[in-house]
Design a protein. Structure first.
Length: 362
């Protein structure tokens, strides 16, 4: 059924279809009885798939990667579709419109997407307030003063949706001041998310990937680690890396992560490579710059996960992202050393039953 619907949806602009689809789902989920029906149909019922990761209980290991629900607008709806966790963002201190449209493109022959969104989001203040209201409505926080929150308040509902906060810097912020942007986002979101992901690997903000260099990373991450240690309820902090890193660059990331006791890595972001695509070269050229996601990234991501796992003897926890469409794809990542997996492009191509189907296969 979804394949037929997808054929119709793929006739229209990808970004407009994204918001049309999610807003339609949000309208349906406003009626509690309809949300229950959707949840019953799409949510997996697999208690054995519960996963403890970094001290957090995930109801299943399938999450939605950052970039889909940038502004934390669709948590209620994504929960109904059975996701074990949703990573909101990338969030920046100030609101920004992102890059010029069109900025999202489909490559159906490759089961892929190209995006150059550019961290379009409402800004951390608006998103933090949205998360606060959502957590209160859903009974996930009874805290009146977030500064005195204890992490145990986020653990009273074992089957609840886990929220990750993916944070970045504004386009206009110079790289030497990037650490300040990450600090602002970290502090504002801290009471309302379960874990953080530091995004320095998007190819769509000029100069951002330069922050993956060891000393630039050290300044950002050590500052966040220090802030985290001062909190009553420290949250896991992970780093998202690009699949285009060289082996020596990955080694630098691993060395730094182990040195400062980073909680884990997310492998991986989108790639700037266009190698091996079936889509005609002239079509790809018309789409222009941006990060490529989906099936073409699958092997790159798995290889990176496996390398990190073997290099660290499994001591550095990993979330895997990249080319996950089926249970077999998820198993490949888990067997390579990942503890959790994230979908994004697979969700677009496989539809709302992707979590249930993967969990059933697992």
């Amino acid at each position: 059924m979804y394949k037929i619907i997808r054929e119709c949806l793929f006739l229209f602009d990808p970004e407009k279809v994204h918001y049309f689809s999610m807003n339609s789902l949000r309208l349906l989920c406003r009626f509690s009885f309809i949300k229950k029906i959707i949840s019953r149909f799409f949510s997996p019922q697999n208690p054995p798939l519960q996963k403890d990761f970094l001290g957090i209980n995930f109801k299943n290991p399938i999450g939605l990667g950052a970039g889909f629900d940038k502004n934390a607008q669709y948590l209620n709806e994504l929960e109904a579709l059975g996701f074990g966790f949703v990573e909101i963002g990338t969030v920046t201190p100030k609101p920004q419109a992102g890059n010029d449209k069109p900025r999202l493109f489909r490559l159906p022959k490759d089961k892929a997407l190209i995006n150059r969104m550019g961290f379009n989001n409402n800004g951390v203040e608006v998103i933090a307030e949205r998360l606060r209201r959502w957590s209160m409505v859903n009974g996930q926080s009874s805290i009146q003063n977030p500064a005195t929150a204890a992490h145990s308040t986020f653990s009273t509902k074992p089957s609840r949706l886990i929220i990750g906060g993916n944070i970045g810097k504004n386009k206009i912020t110079p790289n030497e001041n990037a650490w300040k942007d990450y600090e602002i986002c970290f502090t504002a979101l801290h009471p309302y998310v379960d874990y953080f992901v530091v995004n320095v690997s998007s190819p769509n903000t000029p100069g951002l990937r330069e922050l993956q260099e060891k000393e630039s990373l050290r300044k950002i991450l050590t500052n966040l680690q220090q802030l985290n240690a001062e909190m009553i309820d420290p949250k896991p902090v992970l780093l998202k890396i690009a699949p285009d890193l060289t082996t020596s660059q990955i080694d630098d990331v691993i060395d730094l992560a182990m040195e400062i006791k980073l909680d884990g890595l997310v492998a991986s972001n989108t790639t700037i490579s266009r190698d091996g695509l079936v889509t005609a070269a002239d079509e790809i050229e018309k789409m222009g710059a941006g990060g490529l996601s989906g099936l073409p990234v699958q092997k790159m991501s798995t290889s990176m996960v496996q390398y990190i796992y073997q290099k660290t003897n499994g001591q550095l926890p990993i979330m895997a992202s990249g080319g996950i469409f089926t249970a077999a794809d998820a198993k490949e990542k888990l067997q390579a050393g990942a503890s959790l997996v994230q979908v994004w492009t697979g969700f677009v191509y496989e539809g709302p039953a992707i979590v249930k189907n993967i969990c059933k296969g697992l």
